[in-house]
Design a protein. Structure first.
Length: 386
């Protein structure tokens, strides 16, 4: 990677070491539905007069609509509101508040229910700043609305913290719950390395997939320095394995598909259908897979050595869900993932196996092993897919 400030990927990686709050700037036009735009650049500017500001991109499709509004309301999202953040960031402009409860601020702009605080303000100036604008507003009303901790964005993922201690905080048990699930199914997952398969157990946490378990066969080579991927966050991005979306509710699937480019959306819909029909996800060998595997080895040895932007690009290069599973295609298989379901029929964990020989018969055995273990794990938890 070019370590120059002129390289956008490196610039984002370095600036990504600084955690930022997550806000939604809202407005209520006179002749249409409410407007919302997610920003991570909100800041206090002045106390006398009371001014705040944020920095919309010049390419933002939402900014022109906000620019025409006579007032704005800044909503500071709570730690449990990453789903609200994703909806407003990805839904079509007219549908962003569908299913999102809100009440009007004094200006009429939406205050999102559950937000930590709101700042009702009127725009006073907009300045050019490279590929962004600097939008300034004068505060007219403000208040705290919840005792929850705020949502933070850090290193391409959402999270929060405990006041004073800055220790890990898990207000909605998004990480604690899958860790408990894994402890309950660990003996079942151990059957996979007993069959000579390497296994990672992952869970979706906010906009990432977190490795919560790593199991290697007894015959695996022992490194001079022990390594592990447990705790590593991996990008949950379009063009990667979609096993956590294949069984998601319809509105979540639609939001996921909408993140793809228009010419790729039909292919992703077909890929999700294949995962559901087969009961597993399959990834094929490619140069992208080899580079991704090498990146994981680096991360296992030393966390943080692969920038999130590089991981994003590698995930986008992976080849998943082929239309046919002929012997020729199976001979290219490198990873197989199967879901473990919760009592709502949603996959809460994924068991991913790799390290098997590139032979159709061996791949079929690996498929049978991982899908069988995943089904047993779901039954052990008293759960079943819908």
């Amino acid at each position: 990677m070019n370590r120059s400030p002129d390289d956008p990927a490196w610039f984002r990686h370095v600036l990504g070491q600084y955690p930022t709050g997550v806000c939604v700037i809202t407005a209520q036009p006179e002749d249409g539905p409410p407007i919302g735009m997610v920003v991570g650049s909100f800041s206090s500017v002045s106390m006398n007069p009371p001014l705040v500001g944020f920095y919309p991109s010049v390419t933002s499709e939402t900014w022109p609509h906000l620019r025409r509004a006579g007032s704005w309301c800044v909503n500071i999202l709570a730690a449990h509101q990453s789903d609200v953040c994703r909806r407003i960031a990805t839904a079509p402009l007219a549908e962003r508040f569908d299913g999102v409860p809100w009440r009007p601020a004094p200006s009429g702009a939406p205050i999102i229910e559950g937000a930590v605080a709101y700042i009702d303000c009127v725009p006073v100036a907009v300045h050019d700043a490279g590929d962004h604008k600097i939008a300034l507003a004068e505060v007219r009303h403000l208040d705290t609305a919840s005792t929850e901790l705020p949502l933070l964005f850090f290193r391409s993922g959402y999270g929060s913290f405990s006041p004073l201690t800055l220790t890990a905080y898990d207000p909605d048990m998004s990480l604690t719950r899958p860790l408990r699930h894994f402890e309950l199914i660990r003996p079942i997952a151990q059957e996979l390395p007993d069959h000579g398969l390497r296994c990672l157990v992952t869970a979706p946490v906010s906009d990432s997939v977190v490795v919560i378990g790593q199991l290697d066969p007894p015959t695996a080579p022992v490194a001079e320095q022990p390594t592990t991927l447990v705790g590593q966050r991996l990008p949950f991005r379009p063009h990667g394995p979609s096993i956590f979306e294949a069984w998601a509710p319809g509105d979540e699937q639609a939001a996921w598909v909408a993140r793809f480019s228009p010419d790729s959306q039909e292919a992703e819909i077909r890929a999700l259908a294949r995962i559901r029909e087969r009961g597993f996800s399959i990834g094929l060998g490619s140069e992208g897979h080899r580079r991704f595997a090498a990146a994981l080895e680096r991360l296992a040895a030393e966390p943080g050595t692969v920038p999130n932007e590089e991981l994003d690009a590698l995930v986008a290069s992976l080849d998943y869900e082929p239309a046919e599973l002929s012997d020729e295609v199976l001979a290219q298989a490198r990873v197989i993932s199967a879901p473990v379901f919760d009592n709502g029929g949603n996959p809460v964990l994924a068991m991913t196996v790799f390290g098997f020989k590139a032979r159709p018969d061996v791949v079929r055995e690996a498929v049978a092993a991982v899908t069988g273990c995943a089904a047993k794990a779901s039954r052990t938890l008293g759960l079943a897919p819908r």
